[in-house]
Design a protein around this ligand. Sequence first.
Ligand SMILES: [Zn+2]
Length: 168
Amino acid sequence: MNSALNWDEYFMLQAIVASFKSKDPNTKVGCVFVDHKNHQISMGYNGQIAGLDEAKLSWKNAKDLPLDQQKYAYVVHSEANAILHSKGELEGSKLYVTLFPCHECAKMLATVRVKEVIYLSDKYIGSVENNIAKKILDLSGITTRQLQLKSELMNDLHVHFEKTLSEQ
Ligand SMILES: [Zn+2]
């Protein structure tokens, strides 16, 4: 078994763990903001508006429903949650996120002056909104790169979990 995770793997796995906390039945997104010393600043996942009764909101994603019955009217994205709840300075930070940021989050990332975005999936590539997000990040000088997690890493983690649990 390999000895250690590199920083990219370490923080992307944290972003994945954060995404696992999301109640969205279709799209679970998680993220972590990290400073230049590789210390975590903030973490988030996509969720309904904090403090509101979720039963009165919606997780439905059908775009033929009236907007007030769609999740898009209410869900706060992982990046927005992490920014809103950050206890540290985000300027110059790196963002690890499981899905390439949408154009609304790109506006916020540009405003708080993030330095780099490292992402796993870019499933909306080619869409108008995705192109707008990339334009905003590009104009802001925010670099982006896609991270591939190796399947051996997943196997190693599985072995590690089993070993850890067996020692309880
Ligand atoms: Zn977003």
